[in-house]
Design a protein around this ligand. Structure first.
Ligand SMILES: [Fe+2]
Ligand SMILES: [Fe+2]
Length: 193
């Protein structure tokens, strides 16, 4: 369903255990960036009505998620602050081909894979923290469904720019590269380390 070619490594859960506060702050930034990505796509392809309608919905949902994570931070007394980004998003965006319509397809598929990986990690996090923090586990589990839907929406919108076969083949290529990038990890504790 999520078109991922790997499962997250146990190594990442060790980072979560060591730095849960920072993971939560980074999660807030991920939601903010997800809203920004959808807004940028709407600005870039503003003559594509179905894209604009779907991106508007995603922007609204991601901003709502952003507020939800800020509330979790407040409830736990964790100040929200700027964080250095890990390399995951930058490396994925470097895979985007420069000329249209391939650029549109790649931007949408990269967004779809980031949603998919977030989704996979929310489920892992929910299971991982369930015993010691059921409230946080419920919070993560509650985000799974909407991020899975965003993943599907991005893939479907990519099919407005190229035939379905081409999009699926490119999704396979990009998801193989995503698996390599996420396996490379990052020393900073982040949602996509
Ligand atoms: Fe979200
Ligand atoms: Fe999302």
């Amino acid at each position: 369903m999520l078109h991922l070619q790997s499962e997250s490594a146990k190594r990442w859960l060790a980072q979560v255990d060591q730095s849960l506060d920072e993971i939560l702050i980074d999660h807030a930034h991920c939601e903010r960036k997800a809203a920004s990505t959808a807004m940028n796509l709407m600005n870039a392809y503003t003559d594509n009505r179905p894209l604009c309608v779907e991106m508007t919905r995603i922007v609204e949902e991601e901003l709502e998620h952003f507020h939800m994570v800020l509330d979790v931070l407040d409830a736990r007394g964790i100040p929200f602050r700027r964080l250095a980004s890990g390399p995951y998003g930058r490396k994925l965006n470097q895979l985007v081909r420069p000329s249209e319509p391939l650029r549109a397809v790649d931007r949408l598929l990269v967004a779809s894979l980031i949603e998919a990986r977030s989704c996979e990690r929310f489920r892992l996090l929910a299971d991982h923290v369930r015993q010691r923090d059921s409230e946080l586990a419920d919070f993560y589990a509650g985000l799974f469904e909407s991020e899975a839907r965003h993943h599907t929406t991005y893939v479907q919108i990519a099919e407005h720019f190229q035939p379905r076969d081409c999009v699926r083949q490119r999704l396979d290529e990009l998801s193989a590269q995503e698996a390599e990038i996420i396996a490379g990890g990052c020393d900073l504790p982040r949602m996509h380390s």
